[in-house]
Write a protein that binds this ligand. Structure first.
Ligand SMILES: [Zn+2]
Length: 401
């Protein structure tokens, strides 16, 4: 009896469709600009040879035209090249920078070789003397580890989703110890904090919606989230800025990283902040978007800020924090990030103190910053000693910090 050839029943189109659906749901986007090219297995070595690419690979990603080239019907390569490198180059800042550097080089090469015949060696010679190539090469070396690890983690993630764990397992066994360590640390991270957190920590664009941030916080805080009275998202909400979350509840536990900043206040801290019109409480409360929790409590707190009287104590509180932030700024003068952060805080506290002094309640960071700017200008022009800052300095210096 003839044995039937084992036909591959993995349909690449199906894998693309279900993966796209998964990405769209989780992240709010999927690969859009990446194209996919499949090369039959028996033509693979010819394909790689003529282009000077590694013939032992089973797939290649070309940043210059954002194309994932894979061996026909190879699911791991699809995951790695198309969803891993492809998405990274579309949706991370490093990936976008890589594509731009590649395009710059491509443009130079087009100009150089447009009117003559050339060989692979000609291109290599040209690149050796090209600034664009040097820049690209350096950038690649700096970012290669992150770039590769993300693509391998994508293979892990999507092979789990599609019951192809065994295939990934086999590939994993072929990795060097270093590669294993790198990928293990991402897998551990994703198991502790979830997939969304892993995408964000890898530098992928953050399309924040209240629903998405709620599931992110569930993954990170797990059952501790039940102690949270309400949670808000505030700040710039840009694709590559950090995610600013404000929470009030029983078990304050803050979380700060370069992509997530959770301010978590106890009831007592929250009430103090309210009474004092503290910037770090009132800015999130009054400008933030509700994520989950007790909406009534949230609305009532906002109402309280709008109706309560401005006290001398509140003005002094903000001025005191202006000085504290100023000192923190000076202390960290060597760290650009901290200098900016504390500098911004000190100016918003100052703006707030000055505005409250005039009976004005401002909550947006930009409003507070521009208020402190314009007040300073007025005072400079007036050249008067009797300005608000000095006046309050005297009051404040009597207090212990
Ligand atoms: Zn790769």
């Amino acid at each position: 009896m003839m044995e039937k050839p084992i036909k591959s029943n993995i349909k690449i189109e199906h894998l693309i469709e279900t993966s796209n659906y998964f990405y769209q749901n989780l992240l709010g986007y999927k690969p859009e600009q990446t194209s996919l090219q499949q090369v039959p297995k028996n033509q693979w070595s010819e394909f790689t040879n003529t282009r000077g690419l590694n013939p032992n690979s089973s797939g290649i990603y070309l940043p210059r035209n954002q194309t994932a080239v894979i061996q026909q019907n190879n699911p791991l390569s699809l995951f790695h090249e198309y969803f891993g490198h492809g998405l990274y180059c579309e949706k991370s800042q490093n990936g976008q920078a890589l594509v731009n550097l590649e395009k710059k080089l491509l443009e130079e090469e087009r100009q150089e070789f447009s009117s003559k015949k050339f060989t692979l060696e000609d291109i290599q010679k040209f690149r050796a003397g090209s600034q664009a190539f040097q820049g690209l090469d350096e950038f690649r070396k700096e970012n290669l580890a992150q770039y590769e690890t993300f693509a391998i983690w994508t293979e892990y993630l999507l092979s789990e989703k599609h019951n192809l764990k065994e295939k990934f397992g086999k590939k994993y066994d072929s990795f060097s110890r270093e590669e294993k360590e790198a990928i293990d640390s991402v897998i551990n991270f994703s198991e502790s904090y979830g997939n969304l957190a892993t995408f964000y920590a890898s530098g992928l664009a953050r399309k924040t919606t209240p629903k998405r941030i709620e599931s992110l916080l569930e993954d990170i805080y797990k059952d501790k989230l039940k102690d949270v009275e309400f949670a808000l998202i505030y700040g710039s909400k840009k694709d590559f800025s950090d995610i600013d979350v404000f929470m009030v509840g029983k078990t304050p536990q803050e979380s700060h990283s370069d992509w997530l900043d959770v301010k978590y206040k106890s009831h007592k801290e929250f009430n103090n902040g309210l009474k004092n019109f503290d910037v770090r409480t009132c800015n999130p409360l009054m400008t933030g978007e509700f994520i989950f929790g007790d909406k009534n409590y949230f609305e009532k707190s906002k109402q309280k800020v709008l109706t309560q009287l401005i006290t001398e104590k509140a003005i002094k509180h903000n001025l005191k924090w202006f000085h504290r932030m100023q000192r923190l700024k000076d202390k960290n003068s060597k760290d650009n990030f901290l200098t900016n952060k504390f500098g911004d805080y000190s100016q918003t506290y100052l703006g707030n103190a000055l505005a409250l002094r005039k009976g004005i309640k401002l909550f947006a960071k930009e409003d507070l910053l521009s208020y402190s700017q314009s007040e300073k200008l007025t005072q400079l022009k007036g050249g008067t000693e009797n300005n608000a800052i000095r006046k309050y300095d005297r009051n404040v210096s009597a207090e212990s910090f």
